[in-house]
Design a protein around this ligand. Structure first.
Ligand SMILES: NC(=O)c1ccc[n+]([C@@H]2O[C@H](COP(=O)([O-])OP(=O)(O)OC[C@H]3O[C@@H](n4cnc5c(N)ncnc54)[C@H](OP(=O)(O)O)[C@@H]3O)[C@@H](O)[C@H]2O)c1
Length: 347
C-alpha cells in the first residue's frame, strides 16, 4: 500500500512524504478497508509535529478520518458482523493517509445512500460534535436563536445545518466574505464578520430588530469552537446556553463568572470523543438523529470544493491550506481517484 508514514517529527505538512509499505493482511478483529477519501483535521498537523495529546510510538501513519470500501471482514468476531465485503463505510482511526487501513467495527459507520466517499470522509467527527452539543447538551428548540462562530469551519457548517433542521434561527460568524457566503448557502439566516470588533453589537441589533421579549437582548445558544465565550456574553438572552466546543484561535479563555450569574446563563462543555467511553447509548442516538436528518435531506456533506486535493501526494498541500485558514467545511483528500465512483451519479 501507499501511505504517509511519519518516522520522525517534522516542522510542518510540506515535509511529509508518501512511501510504499506492506498492505495490511486481513485481521481476526478488524475490518480491512480500501480508502477512497481521507478527511483532514487540525490535530493531524499537531500530531506530525509531535504536539498532539495522542502521539503513537514512531513510526506511524498520519491521518484519522476516512471513507472507503470493505475488502475483508474480521475472521474471528463472534457477534454478527455489521458490514460485509464491498460495503461502503466511513470512520476514524489512526492511519487514514493511506490506501488501506485496519479498523475495528466501533470505528465504522455505513455511508448514507447517495453520499460520495468525499463527503462521507468528513462526517465522523464534525456532525456528531455539533449534534451532540446542540441537541443533547443545549436542548435546542424550534424558534430559538443560535449564534454559530466560525460557521464555515468543519464543526461550524454542521452546527448551522443542525440548528436550522431543528427549526432555530441562525446567526453565523466567519472571517471572510467567501466563508460568510458558504455559511448562508448551508442555511444561516444572518451572517456577521467577527473580524469587525463590533460583532457583538451587530448580533444584539439583529436580535433587537427581529425578536420579542427577553430575546431582544440576544441569542439563546452560542456554539463556540473558537474561544469567544467571554465576548459572546455581551449578546445573549436570559437563560442562554453557551457551548464550549474548542479553541481554534489558540487561547484557552478565562471567563468572569459573575457575568454568568448576572445574565442567568449556562456554560456547557462537550467532549465528543469521550462519549464512546462514558455514554455509549448517546453515541447511538446522536448518529440515529444525524442519519434521520440526512434521510430528510436536511444535512448534506460539507467537503471543501474551491481546490481539489487528489492523491496522497496532495496531503501536505491540503494540510497547509487547512492550517492557513484558507478553506471552509471539511478539507478532504481523494486518495484513490476512481472515475467510476458510482455514488456521484446518484446525487
Ligand atoms: N469539543 C469537541 O468534542 C470537538 C470536536 C471536534 C472539534 N473540536 C474543536 O473545534 C474547533 C474547530 O474544529 P473544526 O474541525 O471546525 O476546524 P476548522 O474546520 O479548521 O475550522 C476552524 C475555524 O476557526 C476559525 N478560526 C478562528 N480563529 C482561528 C485561528 N487563529 N486559526 C485557525 N482558525 C481560526 C476559522 O474560521 P474563520 O477564518 O472564519 O475565522 C476556521 O474556519 C477545533 O479547535 C477543534 O479542536 C472540538
Amino acid at each position: 500500500m501507499r501511505a504517509i508514514q511519519v518516522t520522525e517529527y517534522v516542522k510542518g505538512p510540506m515535509d511529509l512524504r508518501v512511501v510504499t509499505l506492506p498492505t495490511p493482511v486481513p485481521s481476526p478483529t478488524d475490518y480491512l478497508i480500501e480508502i477512497h477519501s481521507a478527511g483532514t483535521n487540525f490535530f493531524d498537523i499537531l500530531q506530525i509535529q509531535g504536539k498532539y495529546q495522542h502521539q503513537p510510538a514512531l513510526p506511524w501513519i498520519g491521518g484519522a478520518e476516512f471513507a472507503g470500501t470493505v475488502l475483508a471482514v474480521p475472521s474471528s468476531l463472534r457477534t454478527p458482523l455489521r458490514f460485509a465485503v464491498g460495503d461502503r463505510v466511513f470512520g476514524a482511526t489512526q492511519g487514514a493517509y493511506a490506501t488501506h487501513i485496519l479498523a475495528p467495527e466501533q470505528a465504522l459507520l455505513p455511508i448514507p445512500a447517495g453520499w460520495t466517499f468525499e463527503d462521507a470522509a468528513g462526517l465522523f467527527v464534525t456532525a456528531p460534535t455539533s449534534y451532540g452539543a446542540l441537541v443533547h447538551r443545549a436542548n435546542v428548540q424550534a424558534g430559538e436563536w443560535v449564534l454559530v462562530h466560525a460557521a464555515a469551519g468543519g464543526v461550524g457548517l454542521a452546527a448551522v445545518q443542525i440548528a436550522k433542521a431543528k427549526g432555530a434561527m441562525v446567526i453565523a460568524t466567519a472571517g471572510t466574505q467567501r466563508k460568510r457566503q458558504i455559511a448562508r448557502q448551508f442555511g444561516a439566516d444572518y451572517v456577521v464578520d467577527y473580524r469587525d470588533k463590533s460583532w457583538p453589537e451587530q448580533v444584539k441589533q439583529l436580535c433587537a430588530q427581529h425578536r420579542a421579549g427577553n430575546g431582544k437582548a440576544g441569542v439563546d445558544i452560542v456554539y463556540d469552537p473558537v474561544g469567544l465565550i467571554e465576548t459572546s456574553l455581551k449578546c445573549v438572552a436570559w437563560n442562554a446556553r453557551l457551548l464550549v466546543i474548542g479553541f481554534a484561535a489558540g487561547e484557552i479563555e478565562k471567563v468572569a463568572l459573575n457575568r454568568v450569574l448576572l445574565k442567568n446563563v449556562s456554560l456547557v462543555g462537550l467532549h465528543w470523543g469521550q462519549y464512546a467511553r462514558f455514554e455509549k447509548e448517546t453515541v447511538k442516538s446522536v448518529w440515529a438523529g444525524i442519519f434521520d436528518l440526512v434521510a430528510q435531506g436536511k444535512f448534506r456533506g460539507t467537503a471543501f470544493k474551491d481546490e481539489a486535493f487528489v492523491g496522497l501526494e496532495s496531503v501536505p498541500r491540503a494540510l497547509q491550506a487547512l492550517g492557513g485558514r484558507e478553506t471552509w467545511g471539511k478539507v478532504v483528500v481523494k486518495v484513490v481517484d476512481h472515475e467510476n465512483d458510482t455514488s456521484k451519479s446518484k446525487l
